[in-house]
Design a protein around this ligand. Structure first.
Ligand code: URA
Length: 246
């Protein structure tokens, strides 16, 4: 599908066209972005997310390969989310990917199919990827902050995020992506171990364990807040430019 068609289908008109001189293209160089990695948008908090996972379990998970991780996630009963899930959803994509996108948690369709972002938000995520010439599974890995569906698609609780953190941490360690994109607040807060406001944090370059990280709106949020798609487009341009500079 052509980019013009993708953008048209997203209802984004000319806003999502890649062009020289876009606001993101005019962004300061990476070094300056790093310096600007804004304490204003990120206030240290949530140090408990890692600590809350019992050490022995976290250490076991930290030594797992992909197969072991898949098995451990499927069998996990570390928090209440296991009670209502149909299946746990580890992640999907290229395990040698440069790009890692991290969402919040599986919804109903993901719970049914065992793959992240396959519902409406997933369609938008795929379109967002396509807009910057990316494709699910091709140099892209997609994971979630929690691997089991929160009932009613509620935001995961801190204990649930903490219980699931060793899995995401191990995925990141195994992938060692060049760039992590946090989709929405729960992912950003978990990865940055800090209170994050997406509106303030977007457009800035952060790091997770030495890996560059950017944040943007969650696709499900964008489906409910159409005007912010223009900002998401800026964020896509920013992440694309950031990756080019790595
Ligand atoms: N929202 C998410 O955060 N992740 C999914 O997998 C689906 C919807």
């Amino acid at each position: 599908m052509s980019r013009a068609r993708i953008l048209r289908e997203l209802g984004l008109g000319p806003l999502w066209r890649l062009r020289a001189g876009s606001p993101a293209d005019a962004a300061p160089p990476l070094a300056a972005q790093s310096e600007a990695a804004a304490p204003a948008a990120v206030t240290p908090r949530l140090p408990d997310a890692v600590a809350a996972a019992p050490d022995a379990r976290a250490a076991q998970i930290a030594a797992m390969n992909w197969d072991e991780l898949r098995g451990a996630v499927a069998a996990c009963r570390a928090c209440v989310l296991c009670q209502q899930r149909k299946q746990a959803v580890l992640g999907v994509g290229d395990v040698a990917a440069d790009w890692l996108f991290v969402g919040e948690g599986p919804g109903a369709e993901e719970d049914e199919r065992g793959e992240p972002f396959v519902g409406q938000a997933g369609k938008l995520l795929d379109a967002m990827l396509a807009a910057i010439d990316l494709k699910r599974g091709d140099n892209v890995y997609i994971a979630n902050t929690v691997k089991c569906r929160p009932p009613g698609n509620r935001t995961p609780e801190a204990e649930e995020t903490a219980a699931c953190w060793p899995f995401l941490a191990r995925q990141i360690e195994l992938l060692r992506p060049k760039l992590i994109v946090a989709l929405g607040r729960p992912a950003a807060q978990t990865l940055l171990q800090a209170e994050v406001k997406i509106g303030a944090a977007r457009g800035k370059l952060y790091q997770h364990q030495g890996i560059p990280l950017v944040v943007t709106y969650h696709p499900a949020y964008l489906l409910r807040n159409l005007p912010d798609k223009a900002k998401a487009w800026e964020d896509l341009c920013f992440m694309r430019k950031t990756m080019k500079g790595l």
